[in-house]
Design a protein around this ligand. Sequence first.
Ligand SMILES: Nc1ncnc2c1ncn2[C@@H]1O[C@H](COP(=O)(O)OP(=O)(O)OP(=O)(O)O)[C@@H](O)[C@H]1O
Ligand SMILES: [Mg+2]
Length: 281
Amino acid sequence: MAKVYEAMRRAEEERKRRAGSEPSPVAPVEWEPVVQTVTPSKSSLWKRMFGRSRPRAQRDAANEINKRRIALLQPDSYVAEQYRSLRGRLDAIAAQRPLRTLVVTSPMPGEGKTTAAVNLACVSSLSVGRKVLLIDCDLRRPQVHKTLGLRPETGLAEVLMDRATLDDSIVSVEGVNLDVLPVRSLPGNPSELLGSEKMQTLIEDASGRYDRIVFDTPAALGLPDAKVVCDLCDGLILVVRADVTSQHDVQATLETLDRRRVLGMILNGTPADQGRYGYSS
Ligand SMILES: Nc1ncnc2c1ncn2[C@@H]1O[C@H](COP(=O)(O)OP(=O)(O)OP(=O)(O)O)[C@@H](O)[C@H]1O
Ligand SMILES: [Mg+2]
């Protein structure tokens, strides 16, 4: 836990330094996970990276989507580099223990899970010879297909309800070696479907075909969905939004999920390190 809280503390310290007040004390810590800081948080930086020169009229939903698939659109960007670094860290773990199935979740909504899952899947798929599948397990507010510009005719719910096959539902993303199992219809019983035997079979089936499977999930606090998926997978990465996610929520999430599966954390939106790369806000 040390690196998690240390990273959160540094982000908070930086924010408070800018606001002219002292940082709060560090929380107690227990384990040493991977910690990867990713993505700048300031809107000015986002504008600079993703379309400042474009006329306002063009900064519509498409631009919002482009922001999220950085690794695909801007492979040389600092953000894409951070995701590659995370991929390297995960590969190092995978050399020591099974890590075919990897869940991305966060304590609360809107902390950057889908952004992280899409980008991590994209950079993972860029490894030579590696087959990667991204599964959208957010059966309530799915965003993966929108983020990647896909128009699925069928998806996870249909497969789990035996209305479509996995093969029929997997979509390939143009330009990268990435397959996606998106969400098409929203079922009335998402948690039950995600925890079903059929889901287990699906994961086993996909594990036989792909080297890495990344699962995007809803927030872990308040809904059983993320936990249900985590329990079926090898590891999970927790996305934490700098200056937004509280330590209390991180702690509560770690208590909710199986700690043995927690590999580390993505600290999303931290201002740390931006200066070194010539960014300012
Ligand atoms: N570091 C960042 N800086 C600025 N905006 C970001 C950052 N990361 C993600 N976003 C934006 O925050 C919003 C929420 O991101 P995203 O959809 O990835 O979160 P989520 O955790 O998947 O949300 P939900 O819980 O609703 O599924 C999106 O508009 C995304 O573009
Ligand atoms: Mg999401």
